[in-house]
Design a protein around this ligand. Structure first.
Ligand code: HEC
Ligand code: HEC
Ligand code: HEC
Length: 114
């Protein structure tokens, strides 16, 4: 009986690990911005994208691949496309999630803690 329980536990742990591997997504994405003045970039850093916070709220297919490809840097994301209501602004529009008004700049524009 004890042996059986042991095998069962191992199997469950393996299944669990396999499951997390299948759905594993990277942590926060720190965007980089090219061509900007490095000093200005320090005081106003590029945006981060916290994958985890979003995964708590949404399934993968809420974003992939309709809004974003599954590869960092492949989707053009900047203020112009966001003003057209695309990319982040599909949700960050003040209704589904906070918008990109002045009260909220530093919720996205912060350097990921190292
Ligand atoms: C919902 C998240 C979010 C909020 C809120 C937000 N931004 Fe952004 N912003 C981004 C992303 C993503 C980019 C593209 C990556 C980058 O350059 O940082 C970006 C890019 C930028 C850029 C680079 C130039 C450009 O045209 O793309 C500037 C400047 C900027 N944001 C300023 C601001 C200011 C000022 C505010 C507040 C009034 C703000 N942002 C609020 C997400 C956000
Ligand atoms: C709220 C939107 C959203 C949801 C939900 C989401 N993602 Fe993403 N994902 C993104 C964004 C944004 C990027 C970066 C795209 C870019 O920069 O062009 C990304 C990038 C990725 C990447 C590429 C990372 C890299 O380093 O290149 C993978 C893999 C990924 N997502 C997997 C997943 C999986 C698996 C799920 C569900 C468990 C998921 N994502 C849910 C928005 C989302
Ligand atoms: C599918 C909808 C959706 C998309 C697309 C999306 N977000 Fe979000 N995001 C949310 C929701 C919902 C929350 C949690 C809402 C809240 O706390 O007001 C959130 C929270 C966040 C937070 C956490 C802020 C905090 O202080 O807790 C950041 C940062 C953020 N999003 C940045 C981004 C950026 C950058 C993009 C584009 C690359 C993006 N999001 C795309 C829906 C989305």
């Amino acid at each position: 009986m004890r042996k059986y329980t042991c095998v069962l536990t191992t199997t469950l742990i393996c299944l669990f690990l396999y499951g997390t591997l299948l759905t594993a997504a990277p942590g926060d994405i720190q965007y980089t911005r090219e061509g900007g003045d490095p000093e200005k970039l320090k005081s106003f850093p590029p945006s981060i994208f916290p994958h985890w916070i979003h995964r708590l709220n949404y399934r993968c297919d809420a974003c992939h691949n309709s809004i974003f490809e599954m590869k960092t840097g492949t989707t053009t994301i900047n203020k112009d496309v966001m003003k057209e209501g695309k990319t982040c602004a599909v949700c960050h529009n003040g209704t589904d999630a906070f918008d990109d008004g002045f009260a909220n700049c530093n919720r996205c524009h912060l350097l990921e803690e190292q």
